[in-house]
Ligand binder design. Structure first.
Ligand SMILES: [Zn+2]
Length: 292
């Protein structure tokens, strides 16, 4: 199986998980994975859980995360969800070449949905020369997300460790889309069958998506969870989660819904292709990846 392209259908919609590559999160740029992903957890409790998942706490020195972007061909529109991380590392920025290998040119994309403004989701908006990578697309984002990153609020409220790194990507990528942007203020359909779901916490205006066609559905939970352990321990937050209380409420809402409706689920950072189902386990949940 290709680990960069995965085709599937949601009703009549032709969908592709298109990888932008992988990124290694490790010191000194990032805290060790256990701290980065589960920053608010007592260490004895964390170690026990990691061992249950066959992770040796002392040997876990890097978290290698895939970047799973989504292409939806509705028949009428070609919709891209998130743009990956062009320029972040030599192992990222593969989205456009992977789309081209499928016969999809950047000019063919007419809508780009930005789920939130972290570098791994916005850095493919512009090319190295500053030109728009998807020149014919309109962009869609939650209004609270755009406002947070462009109003000075991010400068004021972000933890100083990540602030400048995050804002550098924002300054490079967001100004060029401001005249081709549709901002969403409440849950609604972006297009028939593509519904914006409010999912704040990871960032102030983080957006999930419900894609439905002919009675089938895909819930794209994006970065509401970063690691499968977050399903089993929904109160465990990453150091990059902006508002932990909101993260927990959002997770409970999305995970409950996905399990109750037996939705196919896509998670941006889960092992490629990031597709699976969420199963209720006691008060919490468990990840069941699809068989590929
Ligand atoms: Zn992300």
């Amino acid at each position: 199986m290709s680990n960069e392209i995965y085709h599937f259908k949601v009703g009549t919609f032709q969908c592709i998980v298109v990888s932008d590559g992988i990124h290694t999160y490790a010191p000194p740029t990032f805290p060790p994975p256990a701290t980065f992903l589960f920053g608010n957890v007592p260490s004895n409790q964390l170690e026990q859980t990691l061992r249950k998942h066959n992770i040796q706490p002392d040997l876990w020195t890097e978290w290698i995360s895939p970047y799973n972007c989504l292409l939806i061909n509705t028949g009428e529109h070609r919709v891209l969800v998130d743009t990956g991380a062009l320029g972040l590392a030599s192992s990222t920025g593969r989205l456009i070449q992977n789309l081209q290998a499928e016969g999809i040119a950047p000019e063919d994309i007419d809508i780009v949905i930005i789920t939130h403004c972290h570098p791994d989701h916005i850095s493919g908006i512009t090319l190295d020369d500053g030109e728009l990578a998807f020149p014919n697309a309109r962009f869609v984002m939650w209004k609270g997300e755009w406002d947070f990153w462009t109003s000075g609020e991010a400068e004021e409220k972000l933890d100083e460790h990540f602030r400048e790194a995050l804002l550098g990507f924002v300054r490079k990528n967001l100004p060029s889309i401001q005249d081709r942007l549709d901002l969403i203020e409440h849950e609604r359909e972006i297009l028939p069958g593509i519904q914006a779901i409010s999912a704040p916490g990871h960032t102030p205006g983080h957006m999930a998506l419900l894609i439905s066609s002919e009675g089938e559905q895909l819930l794209n939970i994006v970065d509401a969870v970063l690691h499968p352990i977050h399903l089993e321990q929904p109160e465990w937050c990453a150091t990059v989660d902006f508002a932990p209380d909101q993260v927990l409420a959002t997770r409970r809402h999305l995970l409950h819904r996905a399990a109750a409706e037996n939705s196919l689920v896509l998670a941006f950072h889960f092992p490629f292709p990031g597709l699976g189902h969420i199963v209720q386990k006691g008060e919490n949940w468990e990840w069941q990846p699809i068989k590929v």
